[in-house]
Design a protein around this ligand. Sequence first.
Ligand SMILES: [Ca+2]
Ligand SMILES: [Ca+2]
Length: 601
Amino acid sequence: MPLIQILALLQAGAASPATAAIRINQLGYLPDAPKIAVLCALDRLEVTNFAVSDGSGRIVLRKPAISAKAFGPCVSNYRLDFSSIGKTGDYRITAAGVTSPLVRIRENAYAGAADTLLYYMREQRSGYNPVFRTVVHTHDGIVVDDSARAGKFVPVTGGWADASDYLQYVMTSANATYVMLMAYRDHPRSFADHFDSRGLAGANGVPDVLDEARHGLEWLVRMFPSNGEMYNQLGDDRDHTYWDLPPSDSADYGWGKGKERPVYPCTGKPQGLFKYKNRSNGLASTAGKYASAFALAASIYENRDPAFAIKLREKALSAYAIGKRSPGVCQGAPGRAPYYYEEDNWADDMELAAAELYALTGNRSYRRDALQYASREPVTPWMGADTAKHYQWYPWHNNGHHEIWRNANSSERKTVAGYYRKGLAAVVARADNGFRIGIPFIWCSNNLMASFATQAYLYRRMTGDNQFREYEQAALDWIFGTNPWGVSMVIGLPHDGVFARDPHSVVAKEMHVELTGALLDGPVYSSIYRNLLGISLHDPDEYAPFNTGFIVYHDDVGDYSTNEPIMDGTANLSYLLAAMADGRHGSRATSAPTGRAAKPR
Ligand SMILES: [Ca+2]
Ligand SMILES: [Ca+2]
């Protein structure tokens, strides 16, 4: 148990300090947000009331604790609702002899939080990497698995390493790029300029989120060099043979240690050079992601860099046409291991692309396409499910419905808002526990948590309907510490909080750097953890008392299932944190959001 919590418990004079804790959002609460702490007791515990004291120690609220259904290790769960406190300040909550960590209520609780995520994105850069101050992975790469082009060198250095390995995927990178662009478009006031285009300290007149998005866009342009060449993946799991730093990566793909890495095209056919094959059957999942990132970028760069915008527009139109011609998915390619990105949906990607192309061009055929694709998959299918394959339904939430809504008539708006509502309701139907959490705890559960909260936020903004507000807040709170372990799932947020000190990362381990801003994979079903290959903890589990339930989390370098930072999840969270930092967070937009409205032809 972290020292800060032990101290808090000793202060409170708790009889058995390890058996109960009050979990809170350590980053803080906005004054007008729902504010609910959760008391998790590992044994049966009767709690009747709780009290909240302010910075001077004066009790400002006494209320009944609400008993809630058991969850994971928490045999007794109580919801401590202090939403009525709207005054900014520092507070502590006490109940049954247990005291919470410091509770912050702040207008600016989320100020700068989205920018903090970008520290991790910069650290993940391939090409010039500002942490190592050198260019990494300079030999990328050689085409494989394409009879016409196999063996050809294509210059595709750049982009981001996907996680603590160095594989790179268009699937995750295009979505990461898209979300950062969307976050900037909708909440520009939430981003600052403290770094340059290479990611080095020093302002360059460009918001840092656009510096990062552009780093992604330039790699995507290289990965889609012509209409006949749509690449999807750089490297494969042979990467996992070595535990090296990026500049000295000695992965050997048959061209020598640290030399060229394989580049996989989308072929529309099952892929895998060894024993395992994926189930690829088209190009649209990847083509749609290229098109949506390029199309949104084309409008954002229209004035900033007209030549770049023209190129992006052309590539968006071409990628979309390819996706229309080749429906189906282009999945991650496995190497020697059975794990790969098993994306099964593509209509969501084409919907988003069509919505962005309509916004960009005003051509009504894209608008018709967008609505049609939306009706094919109204709800992202993990919502309401117990489980899913690895990245089976990706992106985790469908921004396409929101993008249609921005330029739709009132009946279309009602339709797409209804799609979001249906998905949210399916998750909420499973969320009757003390933490109000209804997602399945598959690998990368924090992505699901962030996406649920983002979809709930978008829905609330689109409709003014607050019926999911408590659940949206519960998901956000979970990410920042209202979970059985009391851990913020983002490293360094807040900097004085309880967060992972021992993530699964060679950079963190060998360089002794804190991976500030990194979102972790997050807890998984204990059954998943037990069945993963080659997984074991390197140190005694400090959270062992809280790892007795159906889900587990370990702050241990050996746990690649719960404690590995993820690039796409980090970028995905940027929208929500930018929204929370924006003054408009709590209320319905009074008019259409700013941005380029389509001019119908
Ligand atoms: Ca900048
Ligand atoms: Ca998809």
